[in-house]
Design a protein. Structure first.
Length: 95
């Protein structure tokens, strides 16, 4: 898992890169990258400052191997949509 409890962050590449390594992102609703993840499917998206939820999520992932395995696979699938080649291909359409 990767924990990034930011109060504000533009598009956050580390969360996406971590997903590409099958790490489950724990991010906040104030991060632009939260738009590409689905809460409780391939990431956990919490409100900024909600440390209670973060503790519960970390405990859940530490104790539930099946959930951790399932979510890490789903996070990886999302990351495949944002490889450097795919992003370059999409942005070249606008030049």
């Amino acid at each position: 898992m990767i924990l990034q409890p930011s109060f504000f962050d533009a598009f956050n590449l580390p969360a996406l890169e971590a997903a590409g390594r099958r790490c489950i992102p724990i991010i906040t609703t104030r991060m632009d990258v939260a738009e590409i993840f689905e809460n409780e499917k391939n990431a956990f998206v919490v409100k900024p400052g909600d440390s209670e939820s973060i503790v519960k999520i970390i405990t859940l992932l530490a104790t539930n191997n099946d959930l951790r395995e399932k979510m890490s696979k789903e996070a990886y699938k999302i990351s495949l949509n944002y490889t450097y080649d795919k992003v370059a291909e999409k942005t070249s359409l606008y030049t």
